[in-house]
Design a binder for this molecule. Sequence first.
Ligand SMILES: [Zn+2]
Length: 143
Amino acid sequence: MSETTYQVYAWRHAPGHLLTRRQLRARGLRRAGQDPVAEVRWYRGLKVAYLYDVNRALPVRPMTPGRARALAAAMRARRTCPKCGIDRGYCIPRSYGACWPCVGGDDHDQEHDYVGWETPRDVSLREAAWSANSTTDPHRRTA
Ligand SMILES: [Zn+2]
């Protein structure tokens, strides 16, 4: 066996060690930067899902208390206006460098729309911090 060839499988015909991102995620795995090694097609070939080799996947990095604290601190810093020092609850846009009241916007209605912007990394930080902070798992039943 030399180079692995890219395979196209019909739905449910892919070998068991090839999983979609969603299936990897369900097993607590991430694709770890690997390119898809195959794809499945269904709905007359109109729907495609990329498959990754489970043997090359890595466990999702566990959220440790120290990492959760660092994430929360990073997000608090992003939300805190450098001018007035108030945690505004939204990410202070770098283009303004300050919160809405500090940049001279006195219209309170406008502040509601002024939510800043988030890069994909901000979103993942926020979601990670949120999941680290939340003690209740909505999927877990409590007795
Ligand atoms: Zn401010």
